[in-house]
Design a protein around this ligand. Structure first.
Ligand SMILES: NC(=O)C1=CN([C@@H]2O[C@H](COP(=O)(O)OP(=O)(O)OC[C@H]3O[C@@H](n4cnc5c(N)ncnc54)[C@H](OP(=O)(O)O)[C@@H]3O)[C@@H](O)[C@H]2O)C=CC1
Ligand SMILES: CC(=O)[C@@H](O)[C@H](O)COP(=O)(O)O
Ligand SMILES: [Mn+2]
Length: 392
């Protein structure tokens, strides 16, 4: 029997998911060994994490800061840089699993390299599955490696499906829960006045800035619908969303006999991260269960599709398939950056994505080259559309 201790490469270690992963690893040294860490530019945090974990390999995407990092680390720590640095870590010999927690799509090539090197993949970076879900899932099947969902909704579904591998036959629908974001109850006419500071206040989760804005527009849930389609091999028409403002139920699976299984926990990403890294076992870590009497109530409501069009656009992208999901994702990334920089209004985010999707000539063969080309095209088209749609 292989050892239950996993040797983990953590890409995106200095972010919100990365920090939570190190917390989980600290609680479970007999189960999790962090063997390599990567970040984009945050030299001081990466150095601090490398010293704490004792890793011998780190990667900093920004090569211009390598000397600064060198000065903070012992001489036997290897420093890798650039895109090649991420690939070197993703294929590190002796590592069992690579956790991709890089925001956006920069984790795509490292993810594919890890799969080809026979590593299991724990995936937090939903953007890479939306952009290239077909390529990633086919590569994983071919290599015989596992894709372990870290995103809380998908981890919840993964837990609900355990022991019900009938999948296609037994599952009626996947029901993703959405907090609804900070503007869940706002009248639609007020959405034009939303500021980045307001959108960065998530009602239930503490996360990095990009996903927090995505939660406010509901693009996060749209991305998650497409992510679920690939992780669980279920058609888009069987993936639904229900708003659940407390974020205690992380998602549900409805089976053909009408029963529904749900997974619940407090709003702490350490739960799904721990499950992904200790799967198929459940182990006692440092996490507190729910105090049910302290929960006032669990509520559910339908999403406001007309006022927050991200879900309708996601369904269209997922049902159309081909290169359209990559376009949905890339246009959203550019629009979120523009919103954060004050160059685009809040409703301008979905207006930009809709416009870029409308203008895209879909390539129905979603090869890796095709989705990379579509991603590049969509980023340029979104930048042009933003000049037209404009700031608030
Ligand atoms: N935060 C959460 O609770 C959840 C996040 N996710 C998903 O997980 C991913 C990460 O989110 P989150 O942790 O919030 O994001 P953060 O913005 O907090 O962190 C992003 C991380 O990615 C690193 N990074 C960015 N670009 C590169 C690059 N080119 N090469 C190497 N590292 C890079 C950053 O390094 P640096 O610090 O140096 O910039 C940082 O470590 C996203 O895809 C998000 O959708 C999913 C579910 C929940
Ligand atoms: C923690 C997590 O997985 C996030 O994706 C979270 O679910 C975002 O909340 P929303 O439901 O508001 O998008
Ligand atoms: Mn999520």
């Amino acid at each position: 029997m292989s050892s239950p201790r996993k040797r983990v490469v953590l890409l995106g270690s200095t972010g919100s998911i990365g920090t939570s992963t190190l917390k989980v690893a600290r609680e479970l040294p007999e189960r999790i060994e962090i063997v390599a860490l990567a970040a984009a530019t945050n030299v001081s945090k990466l150095a601090e994490q490398a010293l704490e974990t004792g890793v011998k390999d780190v990667a900093l995407h920004d090569a211009s800061k390598a000397d600064e990092l060198r000065a903070l680390l012992p001489s036997d720590v290897r420093i890798h840089t650039g895109d090649e640095g991420l690939i070197a870590l993703a294929t590190l010999s002796g590592a069992d699993i690579v956790l991709i927690a890089i925001v956006g799509t920069a984790g795509l090539h490292p993810a594919l390299a890890a799969i080809e090197a026979g590593k299991d993949l724990a995936v937090a970076s939903k953007e890479i599955l939306v952009m290239a879900g077909e390529t990633i899932t086919e590569a994983a099947t071919k290599a015989g490696v596992r894709l372990l969902p870290v995103d809380s909704e998908h981890n919840a579904i993964f837990q609900c499906l355990d022991g019900h591998r009938g999948g296609e036959k037994e599952v009626s629908r996947l029901i993703l829960t959405a907090s609804g974001g900070p503007f869940r109850t706002w009248p639609s006419e007020q959405l034009a006045s939303v500021t980045p500071a307001q959108a960065l206040k998530h009602p239930t989760w503490d996360m990095g800035p990009k996903i927090t804005i995505d939660s406010a527009t509901l693009f996060n849930k749209g991305l998650e619908m497409i992510e679920a389609r690939w992780l669980f091999g279920i058609g888009m028409e069987r993936i639904d969303v229900v708003v659940h403002p407390q974020s205690i139920i992380h998602s549900m699976v409805e089976f053909v006999d009408g029963s529904v299984l749900a997974q619940l926990s407090r709003t702490d990403m350490c739960f799904p991260i721990q499950y992904a890294l200790t799967w198929p076992d459940r182990v006692r870590g440092g996490l507190k269960p729910i105090d049910f009497p302290a929960l006032a109530k669990l509520e559910f409501e339908a999403p406001r599709d007309d006022d927050f069009p991200a879900l309708t656009l996601a369904r269209r992208a997922g049902l159309t398939g081909g290169t359209l999901p990559a376009v949905y994702n890339a246009a959203n990334e550019v629009a979120v950056d523009a919103f954060r920089a004050g160059r685009l209004s809040f409703p301008g985010i979905w207006e930009t994505v809709r416009r870029v999707m409308d203008d895209h000539a879909v390539n129905h063969h979603a090869t890796l080259d095709a989705v990379i080309a579509a991603d590049r095209w969509a980023r340029e088209a979104a930048a042009e559309a933003i000049s037209a749609v404009g700031a608030a």
